[in-house]
Design a protein around this ligand. Structure first.
Ligand code: AMP
Length: 114
C-alpha cells in the first residue's frame, strides 16, 4: 500500500535491518528499541489493524507467529522467553497502521503492561 512505511520496508523502498524473511512474513529490528531485543514481525500483505483481518487471513497470522518463534529460537531465547505484542488501535498504542507484532526480550517485563 502506498504511504505505508512497513509496506515500503517490505518492498525494499526504505532500508531496515532485516533478520528473517519468507514468502509471507518479514522480521526486522525496531528502529527505537524498548528492550535489548526488539523486533517487528509483519505480514507482507498490507492489513491495517487486527480489526481488518478476514477469515482468509488466518494462515498469515499463523505464519507471523511461527516466524516469531523461529527467530526467537535462533536468538536462543528458549530459556529466558520473550514477549509478543500486537497493539490494535489508538488507545492500545498502535502508531503504524500495518499489523505488526513486537518481539521483545532481553530484560524482565512487567505485567500488566502500562
Ligand atoms: P506501534 O506503536 O505498535 O504502532 O509500533 C510501531 C513501531 O514501529 C515502533 O516501535 C517504532 O519504533 C517502529 N518503527 C517505526 N518506523 C520504523 C522503521 N522505519 N523501522 C523500524 N521500526 C520502525
Amino acid at each position: 500500500m502506498q504511504d505505508c512505511i512497513f509496506c515500503k520496508i517490505a518492498n525494499r523502498e526504505i532500508p531496515a535491518d532485516i533478520v528473517y524473511e519468507n514468502e509471507q512474513v518479514l522480521v526486522f529490528k525496531d528502529v527505537n528499541p524498548a528492550a535489548p531485543v526488539h523486533l517487528l514481525v509483519i505480514p507482507k500483505k498490507h492489513i491495517s489493524t487486527l480489526f481488518d483481518l478476514s477469515e482468509g487471513d488466518s494462515g498469515i497470522l499463523g505464519q507471523v507467529q511461527l516466524a516469531a518463534v523461529r527467530v526467537a529460537r535462533e536468538l536462543n531465547l528458549g530459556e529466558q522467553g520473550f514477549r509478543l505484542v500486537c497493539n490494535c488501535g489508538r488507545e492500545a498504542g498502535q502508531v503504524v497502521m500495518h499489523i505488526h507484532y513486537h518481539l521483545l526480550a532481553g530484560r524482565p517485563f512487567q505485567w500488566p503492561p502500562g
